[in-house]
Ligand binder design. Structure first.
Ligand code: SF4
Length: 458
């Protein structure tokens, strides 16, 4: 397995953005980027989606399939993935196993259907799960990134990226919103928009790999995020892509310079593998956290200067994450038997916390026991399904195994669903704080002339 690129497209926002942290590449050197449950789930879904698109499978037939993430005993740090039946789990180190449930299958199906629709609509040529060269951008020899889907049609090259998570990702970033004449409705100043850096790198690698720089005039960058019913598109000319990539290449060069600049921010530091012992990040958190209080003894908040309240708010994710990391380091140190002292010299120790919730260990054995003891009537309760689960029953039912017919009619027909849907209630979304560039409308009109808040708690 090829080594993961250090200047990877998936982390380009951190190291290559205008406000990125150029030092993060050197700071992360030798520090593992650990897999998480979410990343394993996402990888499993990507693997099955690619299998479906390559071999024409229906995602539904993968319901209940297990995908194992494992390492060979001789190379324990290199992780691979495979369907469970394809490997001997007794001869490898199993890091994690993902079993695909119906929700995962629905997500895969949404993405696979989207890609198939695009191929049908454009009449384009499809390439799935392609290793795309990025070494010409990053300078890292033989570096590649993996493009989930490439489609070539006429003068357009398309990159479609599947995101399995719930954090909204767009194919573009709005740097400044368009200014619209309030009387005529005309756009007097167009919006300033940049492409998603990860997809832009894939697109450039795609054009290079297929040697299509001359033939393709524009690229379409698409993110499909079925978990939140979100699709985001951005189309740009190849000339604009080239000039955007020049900026990324320049940033890549800066990351290799001695004394590359640190820029601790919430976005940059959140997933940075080097954050645990990053001094500039720690200095920023401590200086900001302490600076918010004039007197640490009575911890009274002090007034803030113009603009400072918003700046402090922007740092909250950074401060919270730093707190989590400090706690994690203490846990690991104590677990390893190391001594950790508080400021007054008291030793910290590990204790056993509250027990978790009780759960049945073996539902198969339990069911048999319940039947044997004739306790079915008292051990089960009828439980109403949620509106979301009910809504899923309004669609054509997919085949769950090879013995079922190809499709069955919906369990809830449109007439019944109309009556049921009338009884659904959904609270309005709570107020959230967002940048003025966020596409959602503001709850209150933003008045540029109003006085900024100058005290944290009034
Ligand atoms: S933790 Fe933050 S400041 Fe430190 S290297 Fe990483 S991104 Fe940069």
């Amino acid at each position: 397995m090829a080594a993961h690129a250090k200047l990877s497209p998936s982390s380009v926002k951190r190291w290559g953005d205008k406000d990125g942290c150029r030092a993060s590449i050197q700071q992360s050197e030798g520090k593992p980027n650990r897999s998480s449950i979410a990343s394993w789930n996402g990888s499993a879904e990507h693997m099955v989606a690619a299998d479906c698109l390559t071999n024409g499978f229906d995602p539904q037939v993968f319901l209940g399939r297990a995908i194992v993430f494992y390492a060979e005993i001789e190379t324990p740090t290199e992780e691979h993935e495979a369907y469970v039946e394809a490997i001997n789990v007794l001869t490898v180190i199993v890091n994690h196993t993902v079993t695909l449930d119906q929700d995962a299958i629905d997500r895969i199906n949404a993405y696979v259907s989207y890609v198939r629709d695009r191929v049908a609509v454009t009449g384009g040529t499809l390439f799935v799960e392609q290793k795309l060269p990025i070494d010409h951008i990053t300078g890292e020899p033989d570096a590649t990134g993996t493009g989930d889907t490439c489609i070539f049609a006429s003068e357009e090259g398309e990159i479609i990226d599947y995101k399995s998570g719930s954090g909204r990702v767009n194919a573009y970033t709005v740097i400044a919103q368009a200014i619209i004449d309030m009387f005529t409705g005309e756009i007097t100043t167009p919006a300033v928009v940049t492409p998603n850096g990860q997809l832009a790198m894939y697109a450039h690698g795609m054009l290079r790999k297929y040697d299509l720089m001359g033939d393709i005039k524009r690229v379409r960058l698409v993110i499909v995020q079925p978990r939140i019913n979100h699709v985001s598109e951005f189309v740009m000319s190849v000339a604009d892509l080239n000039s955007y990539i020049d900026g990324i290449a320049a940033a890549a060069l800066e990351t290799q310079m001695p004394g590359a600049a640190f820029n601790p921010t919430s976005d940059n530091c959140f997933f940075c593998p080097g954050r645990i012992d990053c001094a500039p990040r720690q200095q920023l958190v401590l200086s900001k956290a302490i600076a918010a209080f004039p007197d640490l003894d009575d911890a009274q908040p002090r007034p803030v200067t113009d603009g400072e309240l918003g700046a402090l708010f922007g740092l909250l994710p950074l401060i919270r994450k730093w707190g989590d990391d400090v706690e994690q380091r203490v846990l690991m140190a104590l677990d390893n038997g190391q001594t950790v002292l508080t400021a007054d010299g008291t030793r910290l120790k590990l204790v056993t916390g509250r027990k978790g919730n009780k759960a049945w260990a073996d539902e198969v054995a339990l069911t048999a026991l319940i039947e044997e003891m004739r306790l079915r009537n008292v051990m089960y309760v009828d439980k109403l399904i949620t509106p979301t689960q009910a809504e899923k029953l309004t669609g054509e039912r997919k085949r769950r195994n090879s013995t079922e017919p190809a499709a069955a009619p919906a369990a809830i027909g449109p007439v019944k669903w109309t009556r049921l849907a009338a009884l659904i209630t959904q609270p309005e979304g709570k107020a959230e704080i967002a940048l003025e560039t966020d596409p959602r409308p503001a709850r209150h009109s933003i008045d540029a002339a109003s006085e900024p808040v100058t005290d944290l708690f009034t």
